[in-house]
Structures are given as C-alpha cells and as structure tokens.
Design a protein around this ligand. Structure first.
Ligand code: SF4
Length: 458
C-alpha cells in the first residue's frame, strides 16, 4: 500500500475516535501551555529567536566547513567520525563496530534519528541484547509500537495499557501509579547499563570548534548509557552542528522552553573523546554523521532553512492536523508534524511523500511558535509548488483541477440545479473527503440566479 493510502486509513480511524481526539487535545494543549510558560523565561524572545535563526543560517551556508572542523576536532582529541551517506550505510558501520568488538549487549537512549535509520528493527534481526533505556521508548518497545510524538513518544498510550504491558512483561503491579512503574523500569534496566559493551546515544548539538557533543534530556539515561560501556557511539545528523560551545546557552534554553516549558532540561551533558586523565567511562568515542538526503535540502536555496530545526516538537503541538489525525506513527515517515512534512519529501522523494506537504491548513501557527524562526507553512507551500515542477502531480488530480476550472468558468454549468452540482462534486472528491464527514452542500441557487431574481431579470 502507498504511504499516502496508509496515512489516510490511519487518520480516518483517528478522526472518528472522539475519545482519542479529546485526550490528544487535552495533552497537546497542556504542552502548548508549557511552551507559552517557558517562553516567559526570555526577556526578549523575538531577539533570542533571531539570534538562533542567524546562527543556524550561518551553519547551513557554511556546513561543509563546520562539518570538517568538527571532524578535525574529534580526531585531534582521539575520537573517530564516520560519514554515513544513508541509513543503510549507518547501519553497516554500526554492524562493523559490533563485529570488531564482539559486542553482545547494547544500551541505547531515545533519539529521533534511531527511527530514521530503523535501528531497532535492524537489531531485532540479530542475536544481540538491545535495551531501550527511556521510559516511553521502553514501553513502546515492549508493545511493538512506534513513537507517537517527537518529545513524548508514548503520548497516545493509556495508563491502563502501560500498566498492563508492564504487568505482563516485568511483573509490575496493576495497582501502581506512573512513578512506581517508572521505578520498576529503572530497576529492570539498571543492570543493563553496567553490563553494556556499547552505549548508543543521539545528540542534540555537535560543537564544530571543539569536537564535543551536547545532549539535553530529562531522565538522564543518555549519560548513563555511555557511563559504563567502553564504547560510545553517537548517531547524529549533519545539520546538528553549532559553531562554538558558547552557542549552547541559547540553544539549550530555546530547546527546553519550547519542548517542555522548562528553563533548562534536567540533564545537559557535554561530552567528547576520552582524555588521558579519564579513569572511567568509554575508551572509544565514535560519531556517525548521517546525511540521508539532507544534502538534497541543502542544495535547495529556498528550503535550506528547514535544516535549522532543533527538534523541539513545538510545531507538532500547535498543528491542527497533528491534533486530530496525527501521531508520528500515522505519518508513514520517520519525522512527523509540520517540519517532518517539509523535510520528508525533500529527503525521501516527492513521488512517495508529497502528500505530507498537503496535510496542512497553512494557518501559520507552526511558524509562529518555532524557536529558530523557520518559515514552516510557506515551505510547505514551496513543496507543493516543487511537486508540480517535478511533474509528480497525479493524472487524476490534473483532471480534477481541469474539470474544476471548466466548471467555474461556465455560467451555464454554475446555474445547473444544486442536486446535479452536489452529485458531481461528491463523485470527484469522494476519496479525498473520506467516509466520515458530510460533504458540504452547495446552495440551491447560485449568486447569479439570486441576483437576477432580485433585480427582476429572467
Ligand atoms: S521546526 Fe521549529 S518548532 Fe518544529 S520541531 Fe523544529 S525547531 Fe521545533
């Protein structure tokens, strides 16, 4: 089934589920309130956003230089950088490291990029023990479900479902509350940190001039995942570069205020290759730098700004489409929400993923809330234009618009009885409109007919 058809099917199920919509509305509205509260931390948020946007613009315009600077800094400190052209390339490199180390136990902590390269699915086919260390991801892994929200992956799961899976898998009490379940999960995964051969983490920012990696989190599992393992693998994308460590103050606070409303996340870690003075921790520090189609975005002068994203998730929380039909799992792409809808067709191809650019009312709420001033809704419009330029408009769509134009330019057709017009429109747009919504009815008489009647012309 085509990705668009899968999305339509999944979205139609969600749209008619009133309880689910109400629950999502409440949770997402709470996240929006948190973000609004977090924004009050800035004496002048507009200037903070402008500064961040300028820094990311500078990075995108000089990405080749910053990436080479980062690589050089890591190597000088004794670490290693591996360039991965695509997801398959990244997975092969990870396999080679595992084979070289004869590693059997791996711990990993949540990062969107793992979904992008299909890390869990890849590991499941191998005889390795992979432990998810973040609570939400751990639950989803037990359930075999995909992440639903960029910041709170198990957002769509009910308390009952969480209790039930933990009761089945790790014998947690059904009567316990969320804190007690989180404590049970921590007890379950704690030994895995000590036993791990490899710790895999994502990164929030890569610091070009010092070869350091910055990670912002609330559960502290990323830092634990490489505290005991002898090898730390970081998987990061080429657009996560910041020029200097002094940029972190602004970016850490923009990220946490817009993601969760916190002034700063609970744990902000800056790590790098081991030094001679380090008595503990990893002896090997490897960064896998993933491109996976980001060069395509970089090559488009107009859309390049999409590489500025710091993955705070704020644009998803305010998006009316995400609210009623959304969830990462539904979008059929590894990144969802408004920013995912821009980058997916550019990274993965318009032919398969153009439908994502149309999942928007272009209300502009996403653009307003973005901490790095990405012009999100206009980039979605640019994508729609690009789809036409690349010639991927479907024959059915072309025919529909051709007919629409004919219809609208013909006075005779517009003055036909409403029943005929209603029937024709419904036939044309039936599949796009879906079964669950009533198609809007056209007025009994056209404006032209009403006007003629008013002034007495037959
Ligand atoms: S596009 Fe902006 S609002 Fe959306 S996730 Fe990225 S940084 Fe956050």
């Amino acid at each position: 089934m085509h990705a668009k058809e899968k999305f339509n099917k999944a979205a139609q199920e969600k749209i008619v589920d009133k309880d689910f919509r109400q629950k999502m509305g409440v949770v997402l509205d709470k996240l929006v309130q948190n973000q609004q509260h977090g924004a009050l931390e800035f004496s002048n948020l507009a200037i903070a956003k402008q500064r961040a946007a300028y820094t990311k613009w500078k990075v995108a315009e000089n990405l080749d230089k910053y990436l080479v600077d980062f690589e050089g800094s890591v190597i000088r400190k004794g670490g290693k950088v591996i360039w991965a052209y695509d997801a398959q390339n990244a997975l092969s490199e990870i396999d080679s490291i595992i084979a070289r180390l004869k590693a059997k136990k791996i711990v990993k902590s949540k990062a969107e990029i793992f979904d992008e390269i299909g890390l869990n699915k890849h590991f499941r086919s191998k005889s390795l023990k992979l432990t998810e260390t973040d609570f939400g991801e751990y639950i989803l892994d037990l359930m075999g479900e995909k992440s639903y929200h960029p910041i709170i992956p198990s957002l769509n799961q009910s308390v009952q479902a969480v209790g039930s899976i933990l009761n089945t898998k790790i014998k947690s009490s059904l009567e316990a509350n969320l804190d007690e379940w989180a404590s049970d999960v921590r007890a379950e995964i704690r030994p895995c940190f000590y036993e791990a051969d490899i710790g895999i983490s994502g990164a929030n920012f890569l610091i070009a001039d010092s070869g350091l990696v910055a990670i912002s989190e609330n559960q502290g599992n990323a830092r634990l995942s490489f505290a005991f393992a002898k090898t730390h693998i970081i998987i990061a994308s080429i657009d996560q570069i910041l020029p200097t460590i002094s940029d972190l103050e602004l970016f850490f606070s923009l990220l946490s205020t817009h993601a969760t409303g916190q002034q700063f996340a609970t744990y902000n870690t800056i790590t790098g290759p081991p030094t001679r003075d380090d008595k503990e921790g990893p002896t090997e520090f490897i960064v896998i730098l993933l491109d996976n189609g980001r060069s395509n975005i970089l090559a488009t002068q107009e859309q390049r700004q999409a590489l500025s994203c710091i993955q705070c998730g704020a644009c998803s929380n305010v998006c009316p489409i995400f609210k009623i039909a959304g969830g990462d799992a539904n979008y059929q792409s590894y990144r969802s929400g408004p920013i995912g809808q821009i980058v997916a067709p550019l990274q993965q191809g318009f032919q398969e993923y153009q439908y994502l650019s149309n999942l928007s009312t272009t209300c502009g709420k996403c653009t307003d809330v973005c901490p790095v001033n990405i012009d999100i809704h206009n980039h979605l419009l640019r994508n729609r234009h690009e789809n036409l330029v690349q010639g991927f408009e479907k024959t059915g769509e072309k025919f529909a618009w051709y007919t629409w134009k004919k219809f609208m330019l013909s006075r005779k057709t517009l003055n036909r009885p409403a029943a005929i017009k209603n029937f024709t429109l419904k036939q044309f747009y039936k599949s796009e409109w879906g079964e669950s919504r009533e198609f809007p009815k056209i007025a009994e008489k056209s404006f032209n007919q009403l006007w003629r009647e008013k002034i007495g012309i037959k």
